[in-house]
Design a protein around this ligand. Structure first.
Ligand code: GDP
Ligand code: MG
Length: 378
């Protein structure tokens, strides 16, 4: 039985090549028309639709069972006959066109079925960067697609990445900055980097407190850094000891508080962090997140740590990640400005004040866009 099939392509040439590849040289074109195709429900694209049959005698038009939306009916009314005549003429013309195209060596599309419409290149770029579909759609919906370029997309992303600048020191009392976050994201290393930058490069009076006392190694890690940088350190075993430690460090301009990281699945421990934080006046809390963590886990982490006050986010391990959409996803969902990013294990070099444009260029360009600064600006 004759087959009638539908083909969609961007141009008539492409559509006819599909017909020829699928139904062979004797294929006849039953109908051609322009259609608007929606892509991801967002953009309309004009496509050419071709209905074609593999039966050169147009048998299919005269018999009803073709599984298509063709309007042809089996009746042989004069109207119907003239329509068929018209179609036959059209087909003759199109066959001639096909023959001509074949002679010109027009590329033949190998698939049997017509292809799905291609995803917009911007959408696939964002998908590759692991930007969530919802976030990507909202972003792309806000501009006309034809006016979009890579730099416009970068600006759109940058506009959604709130940054806070580095830690602002204050006159009167020590500024107390607490870093919280899951284990292994780089809290202690980041404190060492920041403490060294403030103490050695900016010549500020820096103190350290650790409440990460679950493992001796954790205390020793920060103590070693405090010796290298030559800054005082206090170890606090419970929130009650916090005021005394702060009093010891009251002459400092900035005090960093290091915390245990294995808490995001345990609300009791987040409760302990919160209790410590409450003993510190104007405690500024930076949630430390790794750029290598996938979006869903990041949401989970932020939710759990939200049991205590959070003011900023620090993104670590930018050097170890290849897709940075997760940074945008978190920024869109939670109103926490980004303070710093870290880009390697070197203390104190590998930390920078976060810049929205630079982060946006990472989202758009992937790891290739990242060039670590030789001398980080704090
Ligand atoms: N590649 C890379 N490694 C980092 C970065 N920051 C920290 N690390 C490493 O991550 C590991 C855990 O760091 P640590 O500071 O002990 O994490 P904490 O458990 O959150 O205190 C260490 O090996 C660090 O050197 C970074 O920006 N890039
Ligand atoms: Mg640590």
């Amino acid at each position: 039985m004759a087959q009638i099939r539908r083909y969609q392509a961007k141009t008539i040439t492409e559509a006819l090549a599909m017909v020829r590849a699928d139904l062979g040289r004797d294929a006849v074109i039953v109908q051609t028309r322009k259609v608007n195709q929606r892509i991801l429900g967002v953009w309309k694209r004009e496509m050419v639709e071709v209905w074609a049959s593999d039966n050169p005698d147009l048998e299919s038009l005269r018999r009803p069972p073709a599984p298509t939306a063709l309007t042809a009916t089996p009746s042989a009314s004069p109207e119907h006959s003239s329509r068929i005549e018209q179609l036959e003429n059209e087909i003759r013309n199109l066959k001639a066109m096909i023959a001509q195209l074949a002679q010109q060596g027009v590329a033949v599309v190998p698939e049997r079925a017509p292809r799905e419409p291609a995803e917009s290149p911007w959408m696939s770029l964002l998908r590759q960067a692991e930007v969530e579909e919802e976030v990507a759609c909202a972003l792309l919906q806000s501009v006309a697609q034809d006016s979009l370029s890579e730099s416009t997309l970068q600006s759109l992303i940058a506009a959604r990445l709130a940054t806070s600048g580095g830690i602002a020191l204050q006159e009167a009392q020590p500024k107390v900055v607490m870093l919280v976050g899951p284990t292994g994201v780089g809290k202690t290393t980041t404190i060492a980097k920041l403490a060294a930058q403030y103490a050695l490069l900016q010549r500020r009076r820096v103190g350290l407190i650790t409440i990460d006392t679950y493992r001796i190694a954790a205390v020793e890690q920060l103590r070693t850094y405090s010796q290298i940088i030559d800054v005082p350190i206090r170890v606090v075993y419970s929130s009650n000891e916090m005021p005394a430690a702060l009093k010891d460090l009251s002459q400092m301009e900035i005090v960093f508080v290091d915390t245990a990281g294995r808490s995001q699945r345990n609300s009791m421990q987040i409760g302990e962090l919160k209790a410590c934080c409450e003993r510190i006046r104007d405690c500024e809390v930076h949630l430390v997140l790794s750029a290598t963590t996938k979006t869903r886990d990041l949401y989970d982490i932020v939710e759990r740590f939200s049991a205590m006050p959070l003011h900023h986010v620090i993104w670590t391990k930018l050097d170890e990640s290849t897709a940075f959409g997760n940074i945008l996803n978190v920024a869109v969902r939670y109103p926490l400005p980004i303070s710093y990013v870290t880009t390697g294990q070197r203390v104190p070099e590998d930390v920078e004040v976060a810049e929205a444009n630079k982060l946006a260029s990472l989202v758009v360009g992937g790891a290739g866009a990242f060039a670590p600064a030789a001398t980080p600006a704090l």
